[in-house]
Ligand binder design. Structure first.
Ligand code: NDP
Ligand code: MG
Length: 344
């Protein structure tokens, strides 16, 4: 039986990972949370892990890093939100085990270090993010990307709750409106990122590192139904896609069972009931965060780090009512370009 450590077990991905673990009969050996003691206690009673860590406690951060590195689990699920997951992700990448990677921000701000450490220690990184899981499932092997067989990775984006809106419409958006995603029920930070399209920007940088491709080989297409989770276009003009209902338990399970497939908790897809799937170009003028992410990706890791850090700060300020929705891209643009000009 495979064993599991979940970093961030009280969050949206963490809770769904526990559902999948229960369904698959996997043994959970360590769980971590930050503030939600009550839920962590409940999870402890139900799953009986050997270790639980509350990272908000005085020495919690050191314990979190220790458990990421030394729990001995076959699979470490990284489900912490934001840059707080960087040190534990780096620690997990030195284990030589498998990382089921949901926490994308560490790849955005330090992708080179994470991927290098994983390579050095023969740690396998399997993506949980639905788009990257889709691409991973469509690729036979990574050499197709580094060789001349893949012409493009195509990331699909739902467009978030404000698809089709104008800049004027977005002036007075409240955090409550921005948190209400049409297709996915997620943590607060990623929900705001989905509303600004920054989530797709972070995923673009995540894909660069996971699959070793340059940003000009990654395209984003809006697909509001969230049925096609992403695609790989090959040089012969053939495009492979992965389809399923939008349910994170599916890519979570695949990252745990890969290379096998097992019956899952998700409902199968009924294409006839869906009737049609639609696609459109992203609107980069109304949602500049995606354009900024492309620019940062081309500028390099230092710009990606600033993009990620400033975005995290801006999302926090927006959620606490201190800045407006449209200030988020403004703050990021200022931060990237004041850094770039200070380097000239
Ligand atoms: P949540 O906000 O729901 O959960 C975050 C988890 O991290 C919680 O367990 C939380 O603990 C813990 N945490 C928060 N702050 C810290 C900290 N400073 N140190 C240590 N642990 C902390 O996030 P999601 O589950 O939505 O997202 C997790 C990651 O997965 C993100 O990087 C996101 O981008 C990615 N992702 C999420 C998807 C989704 O559907 N939700 C889809 C694809 C990717 P506590 O609750 O106890 O405070
Ligand atoms: Mg995603």
């Amino acid at each position: 039986m495979k064993t599991l450590t979940i970093l961030g077990s009280t969050g949206s991905i963490g809770r769904q990972t526990l559902e999948v673990a229960k369904h698959l009969g996997l043994k959970v050996i360590a769980l971590t949370a930050h503030g939600n003691i009550e839920l962590l206690e409940k999870q402890k009673d139900e799953f009986k892990p050997e270790t639980v860590v509350l990272s908000s406690e005085p020495d919690g951060e050191a314990k979190l890093i220790d458990i990421a590195k030394n729990s001995g689990a076959d699979i470490i699920v990284t489900a912490i939100s934001g840059m707080a997951g960087l040190a534990p992700t780096l620690a997990a990448s030195e284990t030589g085990k498998r990382i089921a990677l949901a926490n994308k921000e560490p790849l955005v701000c330090a992708g080179e270090q994470v991927m290098q450490a994983a390579k050095k220690h023969k740690t396998e990184i399997i993506p949980v993010d639905s788009e990257h899981s889709a691409i991973f499932q469509c690729l036979k092997n990574k050499s197709e990307v580094s060789g001349s067989q893949v012409s493009k990775l195509i990331l699909t984006a739902s467009g978030g709750p404000f698809r089709g809106k104008s800049r004027e419409d977005l002036e007075s958006i409240t955090p409550e409106q921005a948190l209400a995603h049409p297709n996915w029920n997620m943590g607060k930070k990623i929900s705001i990122d989905s509303a600004t399209l920054m989530n797709k920007g972070l995923e673009l940088i995540e894909a660069m590192h996971l699959f070793g491709v340059s940003p000009d080989k990654i395209e984003v297409v809006i697909h509001p139904e969230s049925i096609i989770h992403s695609m790989v276009e090959y040089t012969d003009g053939s495009t492979l896609a992965q389809l399923s209902v939008p349910d994170m338990r599916m890519p979570i399970q695949y990252a745990l069972t890969y290379p096998e497939r097992k019956p899952s908790l998700s409902a199968p897809l009924s294409l006839a009931k869906l009737g049609k799937l639609t696609f459109e170009e992203p609107d980069l003028d109304t949602f500049p965060c995606l354009r900024l992410a492309y620019q940062a990706a081309k500028l390099g890791q230092s710009a990606c780090k600033i993009l990620n850090k400033t975005n995290e700060k801006a999302v926090e300020l927006f959620l606490s009512g201190k800045i407006r929705f449209l200030d988020i891209p403004k703050m990021i643009e200022n931060a990237i370009y004041s850094d770039a000009s200070s380097r000239v």
